[in-house]
Every structure is written in structure tokens, then in C-alpha cells.
Design a binder for this molecule. Structure first.
Ligand SMILES: C[S@@+](CC[C@H](N)C(=O)[O-])C[C@H]1O[C@@H](n2cnc3c(N)ncnc32)[C@H](O)[C@@H]1O
Length: 278
């Protein structure tokens, strides 16, 4: 049985997640609201901003059921998750090629087994991607890591502690309208970004894909919350659609590293947008 022996570290994301905001926090800091009571993150992903703020009252949601199950199990059964992950780590070290694909193909029944499977795949798959085929099966190949840290108990305990009083559920982003209603609420939206060009790669069609109509719906939700006095912040790509949808709000430019590009000319820095209602 796992136990915690050292003091808790400051929590940070325990999953690699596309679009993670950990590296942008210092640029975001001036734009967080001065005061609020409840933090809402409707596109939770890796939860970098949640862990940074470490707010006791939090409502964390995402449309990805497997992801939400991981957070709930880390919150409620962290020791069992750690034990299961340690078990994966031992088997992975013996024969990663066979073990990875065996676990990828297995549908576990209990929430803890399902959570440990996602955590294991996240630490060992190519680039920590989360991608599913049309039948909902995880289909990312094994990544090339010499000795991946599959189980990090210190980090998981810190996350469990930060999540202790959070409400965590599966829902689409518009459900936030039923939760955040006053200036005491701070909502941070980090949706899948709108593609900056037609060749951008993040428009793959699957059940988590996010289209122009979703961006428009999200802007309507943002406006509604802002009209109620809720403090709202949103990240997105710097492109005409997003600048147009949020023209009535404050638009701040953020410098981010481009995601890895095989074309050397396209590497380097890129501008992203951070939009606030306040
Ligand atoms: C860019 S990621 C969030 C990154 C995260 N905030 C971080 O810092 O690591 C976007 C997330 O939105 C979720 N998502 C996609 N469509 C959604 C929808 N309609 N409602 C709620 N969540 C959705 C995806 O499952 C994914 O986890």
C-alpha cells in the first residue's frame, strides 16, 4: 500500500495534455482577477491554471469521460491509483512493446483501473497525445522514452490534495451557465484553439472536435456570463474569427512557443490571445 511520507509539493499537472498552459502562467498572472470565490474550468484538460491558482472552491469539467474519471480517482482513491500505476511501471520495464499494446487494447472495468490505464498510456504514448479511433478506442502508438516516469506519487498526492474539495464532472462547456452566475465566480475557458490556417493539424474529426460553430456558441456563453458580472477569461489562437467574436472585450497578446513543426521556418514564437471580460 502506498503512503505519503514527505510534505506536499505545490500541485501541478500530472498529465501531459495538448495545449497545456504551464509555460504561459507568468504571462497570464497580471490578468487573473484580483478577487473571486469559485473557480470554474470547463475545458479542464491538464488543468494547469487550476493547479496554479489552487482555489478551494472549484468546478472542473470536461467532455472527455476518461479524463474526468482520472481526476475523480486521483481525488478520491489516490493510493489505489498509485498502486495500480506502480504495477504498470514494473510490467512496462520488462517488455514495453508488448505490455503497452496489451494495455492499450484492454477495457478495464473499475474506475481506478481505468484511471491508471489512462495515466500509464499518457506517460508512455507518443507525445502524450490523446486520440481515439471512430469506435472510441485509444489509438496513439508507443512513444520513444528510455525510462519514463510512469508513477510520480509526490505529484499525485499534491494533486489529490488540491482536488479534495473540487466538484469534478463530465459536461459540455455551456453547462457553466448553470453554475457561474455572479462576480464571485471566475470562469477560465481554454477550448481547443481555432485553426490559424487550413493546414493546421488540430481539426481532426472525432467526438471531441470543436468547429467554428462551437467557437461562436462559446463566444455567446462568454458574453452571457460577462453580462451577469461573472469574471471571464479565455485563451485562443490569434486569428480574425476570434478577434471578431471578442471585439467587445479586452484582448491581450501572449507569446507562446509554436508546437513542433517539421518545417524549420515555421518554428519559433507565435502570438496567442488571452481575452478578459474585466
Ligand atoms: C486545450 S484542452 C485544455 C487544456 C488545459 N486547460 C490545460 O491547460 O492543460 C481542451 C479540452 O477541452 C475538452 N473539450 C473539447 N470539446 C469540449 C466541449 N464541447 N465541452 C467541454 N470540453 C470540451 C477536451 O476534452 C480537452 O480536454
Amino acid at each position: 500500500m502506498s503512503t505519503l511520507t514527505s510534505p506536499l509539493i505545490h500541485p501541478r499537472p500530472f498529465l501531459k495534455w495538448a495545449g497545456g498552459k504551464a509555460k504561459l502562467i507568468s504571462q497570464y498572472t497580471p490578468y487573473f482577477p484580483q478577487q473571486f470565490r469559485t473557480y470554474h474550468e470547463p475545458f479542464l484538460g491538464g488543468g494547469a491554471i487550476f493547479f496554479h491558482l489552487n482555489q478551494q472552491h472549484a468546478v472542473l469539467t470536461d467532455i472527455n469521460q476518461e479524463l474526468v474519471n482520472v481526476y475523480r480517482c486521483v481525488r478520491d482513491q489516490v493510493e489505489a491509483v498509485i498502486d495500480s500505476l506502480n504495477n504498470h511501471q514494473q510490467h512496462h520495464q520488462k517488455n514495453q512493446q508488448i505490455y503497452y499494446y496489451q494495455i492499450r487494447a484492454t477495457r478495464f472495468q473499475t474506475p481506478v483501473e481505468r484511471a491508471a490505464r489512462i495515466l500509464y498510456l499518457n506517460k508512455t504514448c507518443f507525445n502524450g497525445l490523446y486520440r481515439e479511433n471512430s469506435k472510441g478506442g485509444f489509438n496513439v502508438p508507443l512513444g520513444r522514452y528510455k525510462n519514463p516516469k510512469i508513477c510520480d506519487p509526490e505529484l499525485l498526492y499534491a494533486a489529490a490534495n488540491a482536488l479534495k474539495t473540487a466538484r469534478i464532472q463530465v459536461s459540455s462547456f455551456d453547462q457553466v451557465l448553470a453554475e457561474a452566475t455572479s462576480p464571485e465566480d471566475f470562469v477560465y475557458f481554454d477550448p481547443p484553439y481555432h485553426p490559424i490556417s487550413s493546414t493546421s493539424s488540430f481539426t481532426a474529426y472525432n467526438r471531441y472536435s470543436f468547429h467554428q460553430a462551437d467557437q461562436v456558441r462559446l463566444a455567446q456563453v462568454f458574453r452571457k456570463l460577462a453580462n451577469w458580472g461573472v469574471q471571464v477569461m479565455l485563451s485562443n489562437s490569434d486569428c480574425p474569427l476570434i478577434r471578431d467574436l471578442y471585439q467587445d472585450f479586452l484582448i491581450h497578446e501572449i507569446k507562446a512557443a509554436r508546437t513542433i513543426n517539421s518545417n524549420a521556418r515555421k518554428r519559433g514564437e507565435i502570438t496567442e490571445l488571452l481575452i478578459t471580460s474585466y
